[in-house]
Ligand binder design. Structure first.
Ligand code: ZN
Ligand code: ZN
Length: 133
């Protein structure tokens, strides 16, 4: 499958599920990432304006890494990203800890409890029937 790199507009052989970045640009981005990570290591708490200027990366790219939870950068006035659930400022990722917990427990609520009950019943039944045999 031939795809066009969204960074340099060159055509390249894409692999399924890649984000339309050619191998050359991908390597560049990884080098930028290493630079940013090293910079943040030396300057913990550096804000996004400093990081983009010092590491020669775009703010867009830094925000992307933040969303992917790969780095932590503060904004000028605190956290840059907002929780997708409640809009509270968060340091990285997609949800604040409260929303992350709420969503993960909501997924298995009720259904999970019923499941557990059925399982216990089954187990009891198995034990009972074994006793009878
Ligand atoms: Zn490219
Ligand atoms: Zn939230």
């Amino acid at each position: 499958m031939i795809s066009r790199c969204r960074k340099c507009r060159m055509e390249y052989e894409a692999v399924f599920g890649d984000d339309h970045i050619c191998p050359k640009c991908r390597r560049e981005i990884e080098e930028q990432f290493d630079r940013v990570r090293a910079y943040l290591y030396d300057h913990p708490g550096a804000n996004i304006a400093t990081v983009t200027a010092e590491c020669e990366v775009t703010e867009r790219q830094v925000l992307r890494w933040l969303r992917e939870d790969r780095i932590f950068v503060a904004g000028n006035t605190g956290y840059i990203l907002k929780c997708e659930g409640c809009g509270k400022p968060i340091p990285s990722g997609v949800y604040c800890p409260e929303c992350a917990k709420r969503y993960s427990s909501a997924k298995g609520s009720g259904f999970g409890m019923n499941n557990q009950g059925a399982e216990t019943g089954k187990q009891r039944f198995a034990v009972d029937s074994r006793k009878h045999i």
